[in-house]
Design a protein around this ligand. Structure first.
Ligand code: GDP
Length: 488
């Protein structure tokens, strides 16, 4: 293990105030216990109540998870379609489907975990092609990976129109009556663009309907925690678990998400080589939503306008017109390491060249580093996902961070680190120029929920569009997406 020298002498609280359990094998998942030596001390602590709830969830996962008799009986029931069963054995399940980019999948995993805790369900995640290569098992003594022999035929293809979708099931139930225990499973389609009927699932008081359905399959591509705060049925429990609302993902991710040794090796080797010794680290996450991920001048201009406006990077001195440069002494100068992430390498090359060709105006020594340049996004590609995850963690280890609006990759890098980002506004597609202002300091570290409902759970007036960003305290409109919601 390569714990930074300055840190290794100090004994750190590897269990994060009781968030993590002792006794798990440190060799098989080094990040679980080593990350404390790379990250800043936690700025938000888990409450004793949350810690209790986590221990209960772990016990539930072990009692009902794959390999147990209870799981075998539940999956037999799912397979055979026997109806009129209650949640026998006290075990009910939430299966999370994997889809879209890695940032989406990580936000979905944290959200599904929170939902599973709120509704006393065992969380099982569809591994997609890469989940098992990316994350260690979070729960001691069991697995959170959906078994490969999961018996529900075609579950990966479930979509909004499925007969079992929440929207279809509840519409039919309103028309013809019927009990929820008749359903073999219910499918929650919570894509950001889901229909109103499906988004009504956010308002379900699970004690009345979903509670009696043993299997729930969920598909979401984003962070839904802010939306769960809108449901009166969950508000009290959420408040007890998270009295501070601005750090839900931060705390959940430190409990749930631990990169595998392969990914952690990539993180620590890069950190130790390029970032560790700098006086300050700045992360710049570039996600240009442009065709073929080609380099775009106005995005580079936006980055430089933002870092200049917020005094994150020094300007450069004009070049001396061919005369030899004045002698400089860098001994004792402050050093700043800039971590650039993005699919394209041109932004990194341009910024690095700027500080190579000209001296920084304040004498700071600026070094610029980019771990990978993959050029194009490839879905569920093992190595790209591993690099992407390593880069999200590296971003989280910086001191200040600039991110691209709308990007779930940036949301994760930010919130993992407990950093309040400077978010660059997405340039308009029709009018590609540097937005004014180019960026803004965010209200909180929390990710944005990009596809919230526009109705109130108590009234469910789905035909009227309602601004849901002022219904409850601590849930506000996102900086980068006026219709999104975030916790503050
Ligand atoms: P979003 O599309 O920005 O919301 O972020 P996602 O992570 O959901 O999807 C983008 C995908 O493109 C990632 O999962 C990566 O596979 C790839 N990608 C985007 N930006 C980067 C980057 O900076 N580094 C690497 N390695 N991959 C990236």
């Amino acid at each position: 293990c390569s714990i930074p020298a300055a840190e290794s002498s100090k004994k750190k609280d590897m269990l994060l105030g009781g968030l993590l359990l002792p006794g798990l094998d440190e060799q098989s998942c080094a990040s679980r216990y080593q990350s404390v030596y790379y990250r800043k001390n936690m700025t938000r602590s888990p409450t004793p109540y949350l810690i209790d709830r986590l221990r209960q969830q772990e016990a539930l996962q072990r009692r009902c998870g794959p390999g147990t008799d209870a799981y075998r009986r539940a999956s037999d029931r799912l397979k055979s379609g026997v109806k009129d069963v209650d949640t026998v054995d006290g075990c009910s399940y939430l299966v999370l489907l994997s889809y879209r980019g890695l940032g989406n999948r990580i936000l979905a995993a944290a959200s599904a975990f929170l939902y599973a805790m709120l509704t006393d369900r065992v969380l099982l995640v569809d591994r997609g092609k890469t989940m098992g290569d990316l994350f260690c098992e979070p729960f001691p003594g069991t697995t959170w990976l959906l078994p490969l022999d999961f018996p529900l035929q075609g579950y990966k293809d479930l979509g909004e129109d499925a007969a079992e979708s929440y929207g279809n099931v509840t519409t039919l139930r309103n028309e013809t009556g019927g009990s929820s225990s008749e359903h073999r499973f219910v499918y929650m389609h919570l894509d950001h663009a889901a229909s109103v009927e499906n988004k009504l699932a956010y308002c379900d008081d699970h004690r009345q309907f979903l509670h009696r359905v043993q299997w729930v399959v969920m598909r979401t591509d984003g962070y839904i925690a802010p939306i769960l705060f809108l449901n009166p049925a969950y508000q009290q429990e959420l408040h007890r678990m998270f009295p501070r609302k601005d750090s839900v993902f931060y705390i959940v991710s430190r409990y749930l998400l631990h990169p595998t040794n392969d990914v952690w090796g990539m993180v620590t080797r890069f950190y130790d080589s390029y970032l560790k010794n700098a006086d300050e680290r700045l992360g710049i996450q570039i996600r240009a939503f442009v065709k073929d991920d080609k380099p775009v001048q106005h995005i580079l201009d936006q980055i430089l306008a933002c870092t200049s406006q917020e005094r994150l990077l020094p300007g450069v001195l004009p070049s001396a017109g061919g005369a030899p440069p004045p002698p400089t002494t860098t001994a004792g100068a402050r050093s700043k390491a800039v971590l650039v992430t993005g699919l394209n390498g041109w932004y990194h090359d341009s910024i690095r060249e700027m500080y190579w060709r000209s001296a920084s105006a304040n004498g700071e020594v600026v070094s610029v580093h980019q771990p990978s340049r993959e050029e194009h996004q490839r879905m569920f590609h093992r190595m790209q996902d591993m690099k992407a995850l390593a880069e999200m963690y590296l971003l989280s280890m910086t001191d200040k961070i600039v991110t691209s609006g709308w990007s779930t990759f940036g949301y994760v890098g930010t919130a993992l680190g407990g950093l309040t980002p400077y978010i660059m506004f997405k340039p308009e597609d029709q009018n590609p120029k540097v937005p004014d202002p180019p960026c803004k300091r965010a209200m909180s570290m929390e990710p944005c929920a990009q596809g919230p409902p526009y109705f109130e759970c108590t009234r469910k007036e789905v035909d009227k569009l309602l601004d849901t960003s002022n219904l409850v305290p601590h849930v506000r409109a996102c900086e980068d997406m006026s219709w999104g919601l975030k916790l503050t």
